[in-house]
Structures are given as C-alpha cells and as structure tokens.
Design a protein around this ligand. Structure first.
Ligand SMILES: [Zn+2]
Length: 462
C-alpha cells in the first residue's frame, strides 16, 4: 500500500457540533482538520430538550447539505454540551442553561445518523481542539482556559482529555480565588468565575455606575447596561475608559494568579487562553497575566510553560468535537496530524508581476489557506486601510490563520517590499504560530518543502 492509499484508507469525515446557550455551531471536518462547511443557528429559546434535539439534527443535516455531502459517507459525529456529561452512556448529566439534563443524546444521534457519536463537555472539547490544531499543537500537556459568560477549562495530556473520575475535572471557574468573595452562579462564594468572567466584569461595572462612576460604556450600549458584550469592553479599553480599565485590570490579575496556580499544580507545556472576553481583550489582558507569571518566586517554576492565546477561536470546540469523534471511530487524529495534511498546491514560477500556483497563473497577490484553498488577496481593502499593499496587518493575518496553521509563509515581493505591522506580529507570536518572511522567489521553495499545516500570503503586484 503506498502513501496515498494509506491516507485514503485512514481518511474520515466528521461532524463537530457545539451546542451553546445561544447558538448551535456545526462543522463538517476532514481527517486533516479542514472544515468543509460550517453552519451556525440559534439555540431554541424555550430550551426544551425536544426542540434542542430537533435543532441539533436540523443543523447537522444543513451542514452536510451545505457541502452536498452524502450523509452515508460520514465517519462519526462529536457533540459538545455546556455541562456535565457521561460520555460512556452518551448521557447529559446536567446542563444549567437548557433542559437536556438526563437526555441520552448519544444514542439518540447514533440512531438518527447511524454513526458512532462522541459526547464531551464544551470546554474540554475546546481544549482538545487547541491541542490538535491550535496554540497547544504538538505539546504533550496543555490546559485551555475559556473566559466568557463563565470560566471553564480543559486539560489535555498526550492527545487525551483529563476528564476526572466523574467527568468534572477542569472546572477552574469554580476554584475559590477570594475567600468570602462575591457569590458565584454555582452557589459558592469567591469563585474565579465570580471574579473574572464577563458576567463578573459586567456586575462590577454596573455596581460602580450605580455609585455614580462614569464610563463610555453608557454611551456605547445606549444607556442600558444590562448586557455588555466583550467587543464593547475592548472599545472602552481602546478609549482609555478609567472604570473599564480598572475592572479589566483586576479581572486580568485574578486570571493571572489562576494561571500561576495551574502552573504549580500541573506544570503544563502551555496554557491557552480563549473565549469571548479574551478574544476581544487579550491584547490588554495578556501583558498583565505574563507579568504575574514572570514574578513567580517558586524556584524552578518561573521558566515554566508560557501562556498563549487560542489559535482556533470560535472553531476550537467544533474541531475538538470532531477530534473526539475521530478517536471514537478508532482513528487517532493526534498521531496523524503530520501525516495526513490538506492538499496544498505547488508554487511554480515567480516572475515580477506573475506567480504560478498549482495550475493557475496569478497576476495579483495571493493567499493560500490552511485547507489548501487559493484566493486572490483583497488588495483594495488593504490599500483602503493603509494606503499601500505593502503592509500585512492583524486583520489580514487573522483571516489567514483561520483553521490553525503551524507556519505562515509570507512572500514579500521581488524587492522584499511587504512587511508585518506590530499588531500582526503580536497576533502570530501570541498564538505560537511561526512566520517565515522571504522574498517571493525564495518563498516558493520554502513553502513547497514545508510539510506542516501551513498558510501563505504572497505579494505579486502592488
Ligand atoms: Zn462557582
């Protein structure tokens, strides 16, 4: 059996489903981790088990239809639930925000789709996703902490989740960080979640406003401070809002000390931070967290594993669900991470003003994504932002890094014109994504020779 046959025999296609409190996100994922199609729909507001199950089935079918994918070709399905699950029995033990508690969702979906179904907790699967293709790729041990409405985490060792004796390990959000602190949704007081989640940040801001403090948020949300989205927090930080800066600084410190405890307890190779709050405000939070880790006085610990930002963002949970599905189907995606790669095009001749990619000749700048898809660079948009196409900024790098490349190649043009701005460099380094900047003629050789998950942007014309 040659390599190609080996790959074909091992190739599977999986559905990853993330059932969240407000939305259901579904992706069709290949063995190499490429997303063939995605779907996002609302979680039924009534939260009743029948309507949630119906919405999950509809989302799964819609995702396959979106790619004209024959359901009979599906290898396995993985589903993430926000709560405590019993993966062996496919049972949802407790979900606080919807009535799936006690529902045997595994057998239900197995019956419906006739494939093995893997079930996991959403934060655990987010961690598995980051360990497979994200910021913890290639590590033996990692923990991923997700900061959103709540705070959760997942611990991965050698491609396997540390789920605990009762599947409830990783509940970092409920580690008491302040004795006698504010009450948490779980009933205990002073939990990390009650101090550093978006809900806690909102509560602090509202309390200060009630006491007469001013904040630009009142303007940003139109006077109604009942829901403060993460993006608004970032806008307030960008505007140097004193109250939001103070509250976010405190929340970041609490998270920093939580990371310090994690280091001392588990000593993981990398601690990955993600979730809505970190996605939006990571640039502000990470330096504070890093400073706390760097101040560690415990001999020998200070140089220990560093903190990175989630490299998969919104896709982490669905990709982790797909990875768990693959494992359930007996195909270890971690072992195959470097042997089964997306089909990447060969870069051919690069003359000034022209570049051959695969079968096609481009006379524009080109982007090649981690799934091997080739696109024209949106040069007009870049020109609008910077007045030149010679700057690669964080907006573009973020799009280029969707799906979790290990390396980003940048062909800087024949005269080495293109460069990354500071924000783009930080985006990559904080996600532990390597970057190779090479003049376009040398770029081709380096890109073609690289056998990792890769993305590229090549400057061809101005
Ligand atoms: Zn709690």
């Amino acid at each position: 059996m040659d390599g190609r046959d080996g790959r074909a025999a091992a190739a599977g296609v999986y559905l990853g489903i993330d059932v969240g409190g407000t939305k259901i996100q579904t992706s069709l994922v290949t063995q190499s981790g490429s997303v063939l199609s995605r779907h996002r729909g609302p979680t039924p507001r009534d939260g009743q088990s029948d309507s949630v199950l119906a919405a999950v089935v509809a989302a799964a079918e819609e995702t396959m239809r979106g790619n004209a994918f024959e359901p009979a070709r599906l290898t396995a399905l993985g589903i993430a639930i926000p709560g405590v699950v019993d993966p062996q029995r496919g049972l949802v033990v407790v979900t606080p925000n919807m009535s799936l508690s006690g529902v045997r969702i595994g057998p239900y979906l197995e019956d419906r789709f006739r494939v093995p179904v893997a079930l996991g907790n959403d934060c655990n699967l987010g961690a598995l996703g980051e360990s497979w293709l994200g910021a913890a790729r290639g590590t033996t041990s990692s923990i991923t902490i997700l900061v959103g409405t709540g705070v959760g985490s997942g611990i991965v060792r050698k491609g396997k989740l540390w789920a605990g004796a009762r599947e409830s390990a990783g509940e970092i959000g409920h580690i008491v960080s302040q004795i006698g602190g504010p009450q948490c949704g779980c009933g205990n007081c002073g939990c990390l979640e009650a101090l550093a989640s978006r809900s806690a940040i909102e509560r602090e801001i509202r309390a200060a406003v009630a006491e007469g403090r001013a904040t630009v948020l009142t303007e940003l949300v139109g006077g109604e401070l009942s829901i403060i989205r993460s993006k608004m927090l970032r806008d307030a930080l960008d505007a140097n809002d004193a109250l939001v800066t103070e509250v976010m600084h405190k929340a970041s410190e609490v998270l920093g000390y939580a990371c310090l405890s994690v280091r001392h307890l588990l000593d993981p190779e990398v601690i990955v931070l993600g979730g809505g709050v970190v996605e939006a405000c990571g640039g502000f939070m990470l330096p504070i967290i890093d400073a706390i880790l760097a101040s560690d006085q415990l001999a020998g610990a200070r140089s220990g594993g560093h903190v990175a930002l989630s490299a998969l963002g919104d896709d982490a949970v669905v990709l982790g669900a797909a990875a768990l599905a693959a494992t359930k189907a007996g195909r270890n995606p971690f072992k195959q991470r470097n042997s089964i790669l997306p089909a990447y095009p060969q870069i051919g001749d690069a003359t000034p003003g022209e570049l051959v990619v695969g079968e096609k000749t481009f006379s524009t700048d080109v982007t090649i994504h981690v799934d091997g898809k080739v696109k024209k660079r949106k040069q007009a948009q870049v020109k609008q932002r910077h007045g030149t196409t010679h700057i690669l900024d964080a907006v573009e790098v973020r799009k280029l890094c969707r799906g979790g490349p290990e390396v980003v190649f940048v062909g800087t043009g024949h005269a080495n014109q293109l460069h990354l701005d500071e924000e783009a460099r930080q985006f990559l380094s904080r996600r532990l994504i390597k970057v190779e900047l090479l003049p376009t003629p040398q770029f081709a050789e380096a890109y073609n020779a690289c056998s990792a998950r890769k993305a590229a942007l090549i400057h061809v014309t101005c």
